[in-house]
Design a protein around this ligand. Structure first.
Ligand SMILES: NC(=O)c1ccc[n+]([C@@H]2O[C@H](COP(=O)([O-])OP(=O)(O)OC[C@H]3O[C@@H](n4cnc5c(N)ncnc54)[C@H](O)[C@@H]3O)[C@@H](O)[C@H]2O)c1
Length: 266
């Protein structure tokens, strides 16, 4: 156990699986008290967790950390308000809000997507981050001593990716919300940053990972010649959650093995 986040109260949405789970576990390992939140408690099938039989809270507690679970669908503003209220009721305050819950839709050109795919990407990825930020900001302003929001965006929020327009534009909205909030709430000492991973190994990308052609062409296209790992993202989240990153604000930081540097690969 480390102490880089000692006694910080951190809420992570979508934390039963994948990146959110990894972020929750990494924060707890550094001494944070973590509110694990999701629509379900067990990890999504098909993920890469080596402890998938355990819930995130069980895994954190088994390692000596402190965590509670609060069920919350981030598309519902009343449930997000309840999540923050529960975090404060349990641990006394809120220090960091990680808006991680997200879903992915891909495999079609724009004209082939249905309205349901468009709606669900906006509901979870954009609106969910909006509600999470809104409730966190209200709590931070009430506490009166700053705050910290970390949005899990994507390199898809920074550039166009083919055959995933509905996901791409929801991530673009999340990226721009990060910039807006940083400008609006900097004077309240509320820091806001985004993390932009390329494909990392989670349930969300399992289908792509299992596609041998995609796997080899994707790996080849990345200058570091490998997929992202949950830990790559979690390590940055710990840094952004900590006071070590105190002057980093409004940034959208890539965790992409160099993916976005060039169209050339060597
Ligand atoms: N895995 C990647 O390659 C990758 C790359 C870039 C960005 N991201 C982003 O990272 C975030 C996490 O993705 P992941 O790869 O860990 O996926 P994942 O599917 O493993 O985990 C997502 C979690 O979010 C939860 N969730 C879904 N809808 C929800 C809702 N309405 N309310 C609350 N929770 C909900 C799911 O139950 C699940 O536990 C997403 O925002 C995703 O867009 C992932």
């Amino acid at each position: 156990m480390g102490n880089r986040l000692e006694d910080k109260i951190i809420v992570v949405t979508g934390a039963s699986s994948g990146l959110g789970r990894g972020i929750a576990k990494a924060c707890a390992k550094e001494g944070a008290k973590v509110v694990v939140s999701d629509i379900r408690e067990e990890p999504t099938a098909g993920g890469f967790e080596d402890d998938a039989a355990l819930t995130t809270v069980q895994s954190i507690r088994d390692s000596g950390g402190e965590a509670v679970f609060v069920r919350c669908d981030v598309t519902r503003s009343d449930q997000v308000a309840h999540l923050i209220a529960e975090a404060v009721k349990t641990f006394g305050r809120l220090d960091v809000m990680v808006n991680n819950a997200g879903i992915f839709r891909a495999g079609k050109r724009m004209h082939e997507f249905g309205e349901a795919d468009l709606d669900v990407c906006f509901e979870v990825n954009a609106k969910g981050t909006f509600f999470g930020s809104q409730e966190a900001v209200k709590q931070f302003l009430a506490q009166g001593d700053g705050g910290n929001i970390i949005n899990i965006v994507s390199t898809a929020g920074l550039q166009g990716h083919p055959n995933q327009s509905v996901y791409n534009i929801s991530k673009g909205a999340q990226a721009n919300l990060t910039r807006c909030l940083a400008i609006e709430y900097g004077k309240d000492q509320i820091r806001v940053n985004g993390i932009c991973p390329t494909y990392a190994k989670t349930a969300l990308t399992r289908e792509l990972f299992n596609d041998e052609d995609f796997d080899s062409s994707f790996t080849e296209s990345i200058p570091l010649k490998r997929w992202g790992e949950v830990e790559d993202v979690a390590n940055l989240a710990v840094f952004l959650a900590s006071d070590e990153s105190g002057y980093i604000h409004g940034d959208l930081i890539k965790v992409d093995g160099g993916e976005t540097l060039s169209r050339y690969s060597v």
